[in-house]
Design a protein around this ligand. Structure first.
Ligand code: GDP
Ligand code: IMO
Ligand code: MG
Length: 431
């Protein structure tokens, strides 16, 4: 029986998922997104060109691949249209290779406004949301009043939109948020809303499908499918550093509910992580560096958000957190990204445990957000040379130490943003 493989970020997002999905796509017939929305920013670079995808799966640069936006994803029609227009400007036409689930929920303009109002009300306790309306849209999905892609073709769509808008405006008023100060994609609300409705019309030219049947039938026919995660395990709504998380299930289980595939149909689980750590937004980050080393990681790694442009916080690799993510996802293969960023480091540190409430622990406690957790760091020798096609001995030591700590092989090492800048390590799976 054919299985669906998963590719998941194991940290706080931005691990390089877009690059790896694009590199793996020639081995797959279908690439499918299963959760998240335009809070994601997945970068793909090849032939000197660079693309950042937000809603569209990263398989689109391969002509033979079908791309599916699954039921667990949430879609902002305006952001989606912008993405399609940007691709069209580079002669990438994906109309026939992109299929969208009827059941995917819609992000409306007032979801975005409510996101801004919620964050504004939290003041210094802000989540650091990307302000794309993610939290409010998943809230409405759970509250059973959301609008879905399939609804846009129904006669009472405008009515249902207005009803939802009324609820949101009431909530926004209660939060004392001034809608007149709000700009969405640099536009005042009314103008943005008009553009959004135009984008809804644009959306209608795409194929809306019952994606769970499509995916399961494809598996029955022996098609090879890769599910592309967004965000990362440490931003998962259940297991991330709550409440500083996103509002979807970013782990392997999310692929089952976000595509309608049974757990028994999951095959390989590729877990990807940076050779260090980054985080955008608020929330605990035990190995965070506030010194010139952190600055160097940010500078070498160009660590600025793909979606918001915000500087990313940086720190050493956190092994207890990585092991936690490996456990939650059942990772079968690890892929280490951005190793080149530390090419000029004399020494490298990794966290092997935390000091927490006067104890040394190697797990993530539920109150990590309110307690101080300082890392126990192990120092290793840096490889201190540029990587090209071959893994240097000191990097091999670093890799073996990580493998031993988390118990899963690292089968791919990435050393640059281009799709070809990868080194395979001998293991059970190869590109
Ligand atoms: P994603 O959200 O997981 O797809 O990752 P992002 O695209 O948000 O961020 C990853 C960034 O690192 C992008 O700018 C990529 O082009 C870049 N990148 C990916 N792999 C590597 C690598 O191995 N080395 C370097 N230097 N950059 C990389
Ligand atoms: P990709 O797929 C990094 C973070 C935000 C914030 C928190 C909640 O590119 O890895 P939200 O907008 O979801 O309500 O924000 O989650 N966040 C991400 N950080 N990469 C992402 O996606 C992210 N998507 C959300 O910064 O801290
Ligand atoms: Mg990203």
């Amino acid at each position: 029986m054919a299985k669906i493989d998963l590719l998941l970020g194991l940290q706080w997002g931005d691990e390089g998922k877009g690059k790896v999905v694009d590199a793996l796509t020639p081995h797959y017939d279908i690439v499918a997104r299963f959760q998240g929305g335009p809070n994601a920013g997945h970068t793909i670079e090849f032939d000197g060109k660079k693309f950042i995808l937000h809603t569209i799966p990263s398989g689109i640069f391969n002509d033979n691949c079908i791309n599916v936006i699954g039921n667990g994803v949430i879609i902002d029609a305006k952001i989606f249209k912008d993405e399609i227009d940007t691709l069209a400007a580079s002669n990438v036409d994906i109309k026939d290779s992109l299929l969208i689930s009827n059941k995917a929920h819609l992000i409306t303009p007032t979801h975005r406004a409510l996101d801004a109002a919620n964050e504004n009300a939290l003041q210094k306790n802000k989540i650091g949301s990307t302000l794309k309306g993610i939290g409010p849209t998943y809230t409405d999905k759970t509250a059973r009043r959301g609008l879905r892609i399939g609804d846009i073709c129904s006669d009472d769509f405008r009515n249902r939109y207005e009803n939802l808008k009324r609820i949101h405006l009431e909530q926004i008023r209660n939060l004392n948020f001034d809608m007149d100060t709000l700009l969405l994609d640099k536009m005042p609300f009314e103008e943005y809303e008009k553009t959004w409705f135009e984008a809804i019309e644009f959306l209608k030219q795409f194929q809306f499908i019952e994606s769970e049947y499509f995916i399961n039938k494809a598996l029955d026919e022996g098609k090879r499918i890769l599910a592309e995660g967004a965000q990362g395990s440490l931003l998962d709504v259940d297991f991330g550093s709550y409440p500083f998380v996103t509002s979807s299930s970013t782990i392997a289980a999310g692929a089952c509910s976000g595509l309608g595939v049974a757990p028994s149909r999951i095959g390989k689980v590729f877990g990807i992580f940076k050779a260090y750590c980054t985080r955008v937004g608020t929330g605990p980050f035990p190995t965070e560096l506030f010194d010139e080393v952190g600055e160097k990681l940010r500078k070498n790694g160009h660590e600025f958000g793909s979606t918001t442009g915000r500087p990313r916080r940086t720190g050493w690799l956190d092994l207890p957190a990585l092991k936690y993510a490996v456990m939650l996802n059942g990772v079968t293969n690890l892929m280490m990204m951005k190793s080149d960023v530390m090419d000029d480091f004399q020494e490298i540190k990794v966290a092997t445990a935390y000091n927490y409430k006067n104890n040394e622990i190697d797990y993530l406690p539920f109150d990590a957000c309110t307690q101080t957790m300082t890392p126990v760091l192990k120092t290793m020798r840096g490889w201190n040379q540029k990587i090209e096609n071959k893994i240097p001995r000191d990097q091999e030591n670093y890799i073996e130490y990580i493998e031993k700590y988390v118990g899963v092989p690292i089968t791919l090492v990435s050393y640059g943003p281009d799709r070809n800048e990868v080194i395979e390590r001998p293991a059970k799976y190869s590109l």
